[in-house]
Design a protein around this ligand. Structure first.
Ligand code: 6PG
Length: 240
């Protein structure tokens, strides 16, 4: 489903409303809400809005479990940290129990961190399938999502749920959920804003199948729903 909002602020508000709705449904239906947050800059305003009483008081934070879709292997206080972004904009301002907030950690090594996070997910979702109620994703101008970058070996991953990757263009190691895990989610939502993303949005949604070049095309939930939350600038010339 594709929803286009007038501008970044109404997009962020629409995304916050969407997240509150999914959270309410998850708790009512399954007794808990599990969400994997995305990084990057786009979701910041949505997180800030969710921390405001109007939205904050609509979420059952005591039954919410917070994960991440990916993380950069940097210190927790590094401005590039996705966990730092979400904590500063949202998690430090809502009553979610600290024991239910699960940042990724690249220590003692990215490979060990990936294994540890996968073990955490296996424990959390056992004995059922690893089905996040909601998985938020951004989209890079080069077609990456989470830390699934063009041409990366992780794009061919079929078994592991979490992988350590090296992003050469940023000289940065990262942890990422893999496409097979993301595609198990009950709902996946891309949150994309800005004219700079219009071309890649159109290519990913309406262009030829080319997931090695456009990893976001790998995201096709097996039984869950795929949502695109766009502003008019990023929706560009999409024929909806
Ligand atoms: C990351 C994100 C990444 C991000 C896109 C879009 O850790 O970098 O997970 O996938 O969502 O790069 O980033 P912007 O929202 O900053 O454009």
């Amino acid at each position: 489903m594709i929803r286009v909002f007038e501008d970044p602020e109404t997009l962020s508000r629409g995304a916050a409303e969407f997240i509150v709705g999914v959270a309410r449904e998850a708790v009512a239906g399954r007794g808990r809400f599990s969400v994997a947050l995305s990084g990057g800059g786009t979701p910041r305003r949505t997180y800030e809005l969710l921390a405001q009483p109007h939205f904050r008081d609509e979420v059952d934070w005591a039954r919410s479990h917070i994960f991440w879709g990916d993380e950069r292997c940097v210190a927790p206080d590094d401005p590039r940290s996705n966990a730092r972004l979400a904590k500063g904009a949202l998690l430090d301002h809502v009553p979610v129990p600290a024991s239910q907030v699960h940042p990724m950690d690249c220590r003692p090594s990215p490979a060990a961190g990936a294994q540890c996070y996968e073990a955490l997910l296996r424990e959390f979702f056992a004995p059922g399938e690893p089905r996040f109620d909601l998985l938020l994703l951004g989209l890079g101008e080069n077609g990456h999502t989470a830390s699934l970058f063009p041409g990366a070996p992780v794009l061919a991953e079929t078994k592991r749920w979490v992988a350590a990757v090296y992003v050469a263009e940023q000289d940065l190691r990262r942890l990422t959920l893999t496409a097979p895990l993301i595609n198990q989610a009950q709902a996946v939502a891309f949150l994309v804003a800005g004219a700079a993303k219009a071309a890649v949005v159109r290519e990913v949604i309406a262009g030829p199948w080319d997931p090695k070049r456009l990893p976001a095309q790998l995201i096709r939930p097996e039984s869950g729903q795929l949502h695109w939350l766009l502003d008019q600038a990023s929706a560009g010339s999409l024929r909806l």
